[in-house]
Design a protein around this ligand. Structure first.
Ligand SMILES: Cc1cc2nc3c(=O)[nH]c(=O)nc-3n(C[C@H](O)[C@H](O)[C@H](O)COP(=O)(O)OP(=O)(O)OC[C@H]3O[C@@H](n4cnc5c(N)ncnc54)[C@H](O)[C@@H]3O)c2cc1C
Length: 386
């Protein structure tokens, strides 16, 4: 067992950290507050090969794995620039298309995702189904050589910045008549596709949308994974990377908060000594540092398992990592705000501005409760409550 990152991984971490430091939290915040996108940062991350680090080399990527993409996510967030669409475009969409797409689909989408020239959104959540993905009601029906999509989705990130969305629907098996998952790439300019903005109180450059599909007609080759088994495998290929990079995103925010909190605790003195001398402040910071490091370790384990092709084990580890990282990140951010006293709320100190992004990890892409349900039934073998 080797817990050390390779020289190559360490170099990647250092290079992304240096790049992200040139932008910093003030850049990210300015973009979020003025309704702009982090295009300059996204383009540079893509140009340097970091966005496509997990995409096979023959499709323009770096040929590495989710472990490396998690490093990219973590280091950007640790510099105060968490990029939500990294969790969606290269992590979910590229993994799904890379593992389960046809050769034509891979050639069509992966090079653009790798270079950053195009982003792809991912839509599974529905207003009525919620966490119960068995209740997904968006349907994909075969019709005269095409497929037709009907239904709706909610809280879909980044639809205003993408040419296409990877949509999870259900189709009826022609032979057995049973409903099975179906994944389809839907261009955002397809007739019958509509989206409306959902205003949310999260500071961040990415926006959220409700999607409506009204008889959206697509060529049959827009469908990813031809058989029922392939579609299910395709879906799972994307959900684990989503959780692993989501965890890395949260770990990065935790590290950012800890760095700020400890720097302030060293400098600020109100009783003649730095406030970090008081254990009332140093112990919660130390506790948060332990929780963030534990979450980071679990994230690395999950990434390693996924890259080793151990999907079942990776699923459990990815869920645990996402849970632990969300909690650790919120703990660290809250303590960093506490250490800053009144300044914790000031825009200038760049902490409260990340609360929405940190808090989101407890709810999405899978909620804290659904992970606990999974661990209770899957890991502990307890009966399911639903
Ligand atoms: C900012 C943002 C961005 C998002 N981006 C995307 C995206 O890009 N693509 C996408 O597909 N989705 C996205 N989502 C959706 C997100 O994944 C869901 O909001 C999340 O999975 C929870 O589903 P829900 O909102 O339907 O909550 P519900 O399923 O309605 O759950 C409500 C509450 O009940 C709890 N609960 C539900 N069932 C159980 C149970 N059996 N036991 C215990 N507790 C339970 C939940 O944990 C939650 O606390 C995004 C959401 C947000 C807020």
């Amino acid at each position: 067992m080797d817990f050390a990152e390779s020289a190559e991984q360490q170099l990647l971490r250092k290079s992304v950290a240096q790049l992200a430091a040139r932008y910093g939290h003030s850049y990210w915040l300015e973009k979020a507050r003025t309704g702009q996108k982090t295009d300059e940062l996204w383009t540079e991350v893509g140009r340097l090969g970091y966005l496509g680090v997990n995409i096979p080399e023959e499709y323009g990527g770096g040929g590495r794995g989710i472990l490396e993409l998690a490093i990219v996510c973590e280091e950007l967030a640790a510099a105060g620039c968490p990029l939500l669409l990294l969790v969606v475009s290269p992590a979910i969409c590229a993994s799904v298309i890379g593992r389960s797409g046809t050769e034509e689909q891979r050639r069509r989408w992966l090079p653009g995702i790798a270079s950053g020239d195009l982003k792809m959104a991912f839509a599974i959540t529905e207003p009525d189904a919620g966490s119960n993905s068995h209740q997904i009601a968006t349907t994909l029906t075969a019709d005269r050589g095409d497929v037709v999509l009907n239904g709706r989705k909610t809280y879909i990130s980044g639809v205003d910045e993408v040419p296409a969305v990877l949509v999870v629907a259900r189709s009826r098996d022609a032979r057995t008549g049973t409903l099975r998952p179906a994944l389809v790439v839907v261009p955002t300019d397809a007739p019958g596709f509509e989206c409306t903005l959902i205003p949310v109180e999260i500071t961040g450059p990415e926006k959220q949308f409700a999607l409506f599909f009204d008889d959206v007609r697509l060529p049959a080759d827009a469908v990813i994974g031809e058989t029922a088994e392939a579609a299910l495998a395709a879906l799972f290929a994307g959900l684990n990377p989503e959780r692993i990079t989501g965890a890395a995103f949260a770990v990065g925010i935790g590290r950012y908060a800890l760095a700020k909190g400890t720097a302030y605790a060293r400098e600020r003195a109100v009783w003649g000594v730095p406030i970090g001398t008081h254990q009332g402040l140093s112990h919660p910071l130390a506790n948060a540092a332990i929780q963030v490091e534990l979450a980071r370790l679990m994230t690395q384990k999950a990434g390693w398992l996924y890259d080793a092709g151990l999907d079942t084990e990776a699923g459990e580890a990815a869920n645990m990592a996402k849970y632990a990282a969300a909690e650790a990140s919120l703990l660290a951010l809250d303590q960093a705000i506490q250490v800053h006293g009144g300044n914790g709320f000031a825009t200038e100190y760049g902490l409260a501005t990340l609360w929405g992004a940190a808090r989101l990890a407890r709810t999405a892409p899978i909620s804290r409760e659904m992970i606990l349900n999974f661990v209770a039934s899957h890991t502990l073998g307890l009966p399911r409550s639903y």
